[in-house]
Design a protein around this ligand. Structure first.
Ligand SMILES: Nc1nc2c(ncn2[C@@H]2O[C@H](COP(=O)(O)OP(=O)(O)OP(=O)(O)O)[C@@H](O)[C@H]2O)c(=O)[nH]1
Ligand SMILES: [Mg+2]
Length: 409
């Protein structure tokens, strides 16, 4: 359907408003939109929907819709939130209600109703000074590169089976008597740490799993430190590595430098409420098999440019602790392209070869070979990095032995 405000209608309007005017269409209720509310305390929040507003006076299903906050009291503090009900009630488009999101009317703009964490998100009131509705349009995709920027073998079922088999057969260094490599997942709130474990777990269990709780929330959904096993789907036998899932990093919450040392040295037990100062932690020197062998820092590729300064500072502090102990690598979820890898390398100060693009299962309804291959390629690198850490450790103990021998002689 074209523009419905026809030329003769416009001429009539000119008469009413007394002049020769040009009419520019700002928004036609079709397509995805972002509704943004600005309140008197300079908090900015709203909702996104991928379906059109049609004033049908009905609920509409939208699995992609969500609520969000961008600013809190003038400070940039973004958070994405799910609805309190199912996405089958994502928006309600009754003309007299204005943009209304969520089954329980999580956000009813003109009725001044906001049910989700009103105090935290909207200063406990809905005194709005401005509202904007933006039409969201896709930009043209950037032209594809003539040469792949990272070379990988041909992606097919053969490669998938090869990678799976290789990883199932993986054994950490025999000389060190380490039964399982321990891989620590660290990252910002909502970076995709728990989903990374779920995606790997699904590959080996051969169906979609969601053992670790994942989703969007203001604070980390993962509140307990977990050392997850990955099991072969048929035999149920654990593979020779574990993924340790942690609470997400925030500007003033999450793991700090001191706690990171405890984690790396293997002093934190499974299911520990990280970090509960009332629970005493052992400071005995643990065996190498209990230490962390590789830190995988998960970062959301779509938010690289907007990570808060304080969070970057925290990451840098953790990084220096990790460097002192000789490990860590990065993993990237989301739309990852060469520039994103370059950007992360620049912000975090890492060689680009340590930055491994991944995509987790998030909207998938069943296993997807392409997602699985990308994740397994990253996991294979991570296990190699973990071996590097163990070889360094082996070199160190062999050197000490040699020194002792020559001292005796
Ligand atoms: N588009 C996209 N979304 C993802 C991906 N991985 C995870 N997500 C989504 O991101 C959100 C956060 O994922 P989680 O796995 O819970 O993140 P987390 O790092 O464990 O978060 P906390 O435990 O809360 O710190 C969820 O809604 C996931 O569905 C991905 O690769 N791509
Ligand atoms: Mg988590």
């Amino acid at each position: 359907m074209g523009v419905e405000f026809k030329k003769n209608d416009q001429l009539q309007m000119n008469k009413w408003i007394d002049g020769n005017k040009r009419y520019t269409l700002l928004y036609k209720g079709r397509g995805p939109t972002v509704t943004i509310l600005y309140n008197i305390n300079n908090s900015v929040f709203g909702g996104y929907t991928s379906v059109s507003w049609r004033s049908a006076g009905a609920y509409h299903t939208d699995a992609y819709a969500f609520l969000f906050r961008l600013n809190q009291n003038g400070k940039w503090n973004p958070v994405k939130m799910a609805f309190s009900c199912s996405y089958n009630y994502a928006i309600y488009d009754e003309a007299s209600y204005s943009p209304t999101f969520g089954g329980g009317d999580d956000l009813k703009t003109f009725k001044q109703q906001w049910n989700r964490n009103l105090a935290i998100i909207a200063n406990g009131h809905l005194q709005i000074k401005d509202i904007e509705v933006f039409l969201v349009e896709d930009l043209r995709a950037s032209p594809s590169l003539e040469e792949p920027w990272r070379k990988t073998p041909q992606w097919d079922e053969k490669l998938l089976n090869y990678l799976k088999e290789k990883i199932e057969q993986y054994k950490p260094l025999q000389e060190l008597k380490v039964p399982q490599a321990r891989l620590l997942l660290v990252g910002q709130v909502g970076a995709g740490k728990s989903s990374f474990f779920n995606t790997i777990n699904s590959i080996f269990r051969e169906h979609l799993t969601s053992q670790a709780c994942s989703g969007n929330a203001e604070h980390s959904l993962t509140t307990v430190y977990r050392m997850y096993q990955i099991r072969n789907g048929t035999s149920g036998k654990p593979l020779n590595f574990r993924l340790h899932d942690t609470r997400g990093i925030e500007a003033d919450q999450g793991i700090d430098g001191h706690e990171m040392c405890f984690l790396l040295d293997g002093h934190i037990p499974d299911r520990h409420q990280v970090f509960n100062p009332s629970v005493p932690l052992s400071t005995d020197i643990p065996h190498i098999s209990e230490k962390i062998h590789c830190v995988v820092f998960v970062i959301d590729g779509s938010t690289v440019d907007v990570i808060q300064e304080k969070v970057i500072e925290r990451i840098k502090t953790l990084q220096s602790r990790m460097n002192q102990r000789g490990h860590y690598k990065f993993s990237l979820k989301n739309p990852v392209i060469q520039e994103t890898v370059d950007r992360v390398a620049q912000i975090i100060g890492l060689p680009r070869s340590h930055i491994l693009p991944i995509k987790n299962n998030e909207s998938e309804m069943e296993l997807n070979d392409n997602v699985n291959i990308l994740i397994l390629l990253a996991l294979q690198h991570i296990l190699h990095f973990s071996d590097d850490y163990m070889y360094n450790y082996l070199d160190e103990i062999e050197e000490v032995k040699m020194q002792k021998l020559s001292f005796k002689k």
